[in-house]
Design a protein around this ligand. Structure first.
Ligand code: NAP
Ligand code: MG
Length: 498
C-alpha cells in the first residue's frame, strides 16, 4: 500500500477537504508508486490563504535578520539530508543522482544566500530637494505569496521562490507540480522542522487547473510567482492582469550553443553533451540547438554523435548512468512526435530518437539521445521547445549568421558561444538577445547568487536568483522626514533660502 501524504496548512499536516488523492509514480519504473497525495481544490486554497494571512500579521514584524536565521537553519538541515533528498529525486523525478545532488545543493546555496541577505536588506537614503528634510526607502513585504513550480527542478525552483519571499516577510503557499509532490513535501518537512511559525509556510498539492487557478483568483494573494511552460504562463499572466496581482513568469526556452571554427572542439563537444542531454534535455536552459560554423561542422558532428551513442542509459540512482528517463509517458510521446516532425521536415537523424527499453529500462520512459543535422532555420524542431534529449544542428557560414539564427526564435533564456577570439566573444555578448550568455561553457549551470531569467517570450521581465528576486517579493516604501518645523512645498518652494 502506497504511503499517503498530506497538505501542510496553518502548521498542520491535513488531507484535502475532498479526501481525494492522486498518485506520483517513478519515471524510471512506472509500476512503482512513490505515494498518494491530496487532490486539493479551491477549498484547500481558501484554508491556506486564511492561515497565511493570519500568520503574516506577526511574521512581517519578525526582524529580517531573524527570518534569515531560520532560513540558515533550513540550509543546515538540507545539508544533513542532502543524500536522502537526492535519492528521492532520482526516484520521483528521474534525473541522475549527480544532478539530483546538484539540484539539492542549489536549494542549500539559496538558503544560505537568503541568510546573508537578512543582514543586508538595504533601502536607500537620499537628500531632499528641500532644506531640513530627508528621503529614505524601505523594502516591505507584499503579503501572501502564491508560488507555482514545475517538476524539472523539484527542489531548487521551490527554494528560489519560497526563501526570498519568506526572508522579505511574506507568508507563502506553494503549489508544486503534480509530477513531483513527494519532493515538495520533503522540502516543506525540512522547513517545518526548522521551526517556522504556523501558517508562514503552506503546501497545497493538486492539479494546476483547480489549485493553480484558485491561487490566481484569490483576492488575498498579492503576488504570484510561476515557473513553467509558456502556454500556462500566458494564462497566468492574463488572470493576474485582471486581478491586478504582481506576477513573475519564468517560461520556456529554445537555447543554442554556437561553435566557431577556431573553438576548442573537444571542449565544445563536452559542453554540448552536458547542455543538451543533461537531465535528459529537460532543463529550461537545455541546449536545444547547436549552431556550427561550416569549417568545424563535420568534425564536431562526428565526435558528438559517437559520444551521444555511447551515453549510458539506465536507472538514475545508479552512479554510473549518464541519462535517466523523461518525466512521464505523455512527455515521451510529445518528444517522439518532434522526432517524426524533424524527419518530415527534411532534417537528418544521425542517432537516437527512439524509446529505449533494454534490461532495467523496460518499464520506464527512456529515450536514446537524438542528434539532427541539416536543420534549417524556421523548421519546427529549430523553433519550438521540445524539452527532451533532442538536439538540432544548424550549419552557418559566419559569426553574424550564427547570431542571427540564435536570435531567430521567440524565446530568450540562455545561450553559449565557443571561440578563442576575444573580440567575437564580446560582440556575441552584446548581440545575443538572451537573459544569460556563457562564453566557452554550455547553456546550463546558473549560480544562485546571480540574476536568472530570459528576454522575449521566456518571461515578463523579472529575474529570479541573486539580489533581483527580492524585487519580485517586496514593495518599496518611500518616506520623507521634514525637520524644518514649517510647511515646505516640493516643486513650489524653489528658491534657495538666503
Ligand atoms: P507546466 O505544465 O506549465 O506546469 C507548471 C506548473 O503550473 C505546475 O505546477 C502545474 O500544475 C501548474 N499549472 C498547470 N496549469 C495551470 C493553471 N491553469 N493555472 C495555474 N497553474 C497551472 O510546466 P512543466 O511541464 O511543469 O515544466 C516544464 C516547463 O517549464 C518548460 O516549458 C520549461 O521551459 C519551463 N521552465 C522554465 C524555467 C525558467 O526559469 N524559465 C525553469 C524550469 C522550467 P500541474 O503539475 O498540476 O499540472
Ligand atoms: Mg512521478
Amino acid at each position: 500500500m502506497a504511503e499517503r501524504f498530506k497538505n501542510y496548512i496553518g502548521g498542520k499536516w491535513v488531507d484535502a477537504r475532498s479526501k481525494e488523492t492522486f498518485e506520483s509514480r517513478m519515471p524510471a519504473d512506472w509500476n512503482n508508486v512513490v505515494g498518494l497525495f491530496p487532490k486539493s481544490n479551491k477549498d484547500d486554497i481558501d484554508d491556506a490563504v486564511k492561515a497565511a494571512k493570519e500568520a503574516f500579521k506577526e511574521w512581517k514584524r519578525v526582524p529580517v535578520a531573524k527570518r534569515g536565521e531560520l532560513l540558515g537553519r533550513v540550509g543546515d538541515l538540507m545539508v544533513k539530508r542532502k543524500e536522502e533528498v537526492a535519492l528521492l529525486m532520482t526516484q520521483e523525478m528521474g534525473k541522475v543522482i549527480k544532478e539530483a545532488r546538484g539540484d539539492t545543493q542549489e536549494g542549500i546555496d539559496t538558503a544560505y544566500y537568503a541568510f546573508g541577505e537578512g543582514r543586508r536588506f538595504f533601502g536607500k537614503t537620499s537628500p531632499s530637494e528641500l532644506q531640513n528634510k530627508v528621503a529614505i526607502t524601505f523594502l516591505r513585504p507584499i503579503g501572501v505569496a502564491g508560488l507555482i513550480s514545475p517538476w524539472n527542478f523539484p527542489i531548487a525552483i521551490p527554494t528560489w521562490k519560497m526563501f526570498p519571499a519568506l526572508l522579505a516577510g511574506n507568508t507563502v503557499i506553494l503549489k508544486p507540480a503534480s509530477d513531483t509532490p513527494a519532493l515538495a513535501t520533503k522540502l516543506v518537512e525540512i522547513m517545518a522542522e526548522a521551526g517556522f511559525p504556523a501558517g508562514v509556510v503552506n503546501l497545497v498539492h493538486g492539479p494546476g487547473s483547480a489549485v493553480g487557478n484558485a491561487i490566481l483568483e484569490h483576492k488575498d494573494i498579492g503576488v504570484v510567482s510561476f515557473t513553467g511552460s509558456s502556454e500556462v504562463g500566458r494564462h497566468i499572466g492574463s488572470v493576474c492582469g485582471k486581478t491586478l496581482k504582481r506576477v513573475s513568469l519564468e517560461l520556456g526556452g529554445k537555447n543554442a550553443q554556437i561553435v566557431l571554427d577556431d573553438a576548442d572542439i573537444d571542449l565544445a563537444v563536452e559542453g554540448v553533451l552536458f547542455g543538451a542531454f543533461g537531465t535528459a534535455g529537460q532543463r529550461c536552459t537545455a541546449t536545444s540547438r547547436l549552431i556550427l560554423q561550416e569549417g568545424i561542422h563535420d568534425r564536431l558532428v562526428e565526435k558528438l554523435v559517437k559520444r551521444a551513442e555511447d551515453m549510458k542509459i539506465g536507472k538514475p540512482w545508479d552512479e554510473s548512468v549518464d541519462l535517466g528517463p523523461v518525466i512521464n509517458e505523455s512527455s515521451m510521446n510529445k518528444i517522439l512526435e518532434y522526432v517524426e516532425i524533424g524527419k518530415k521536415e527534411g532534417a537528418k537523424l544521425m542517432c537516437g530518437g527512439y524509446r529505449y527499453t533494454e534490461g532495467a529500462c523496460k518499464d520506464g520512459w527512456f529515450l536514446k539521445p537524438a542528434v539532427f543535422t541539416e536543420v534549417k532555420q524556421g523548421m519546427r524542431i529549430e523553433q519550438e521547445e521540445i524539452f527532451g534529449p533532442v538536439l538540432s544542428v544548424v550549419k552557418v557560414k559566419t559569426f553574424e549568421e550564427a547570431v542571427e539564427v540564435l536570435n531567430g526564435v521567440e524565446y530568450g533564456l540562455s545561450s553559449s558561444i565557443y571561440t578563442k577570439d576575444v573580440n567575437l566573444a564580446f560582440r556575441a555578448i552584446e548581440d545575443i538577445d538572451t537573459g544569460i550568455t556563457y562564453v566557452n561553457g554550455p547553456t546550463i549551470g546558473a549560480e544562485c547568487h546571480m540574476p536568472f531569467g530570459g528576454t522575449k517570450n521566456t518571461g515578463n521581465g523579472h529575474r529570479e536568483g541573486g539580489w533581483t528576486v527580492y524585487e519580485i517579493f517586496t514593495e518599496q516604501k518611500t518616506v520623507y522626514i521634514d525637520y524644518s518645523g514649517k510647511l515646505q512645498k516640493a516643486q513650489i518652494d524653489v528658491s534657495i533660502e538666503k
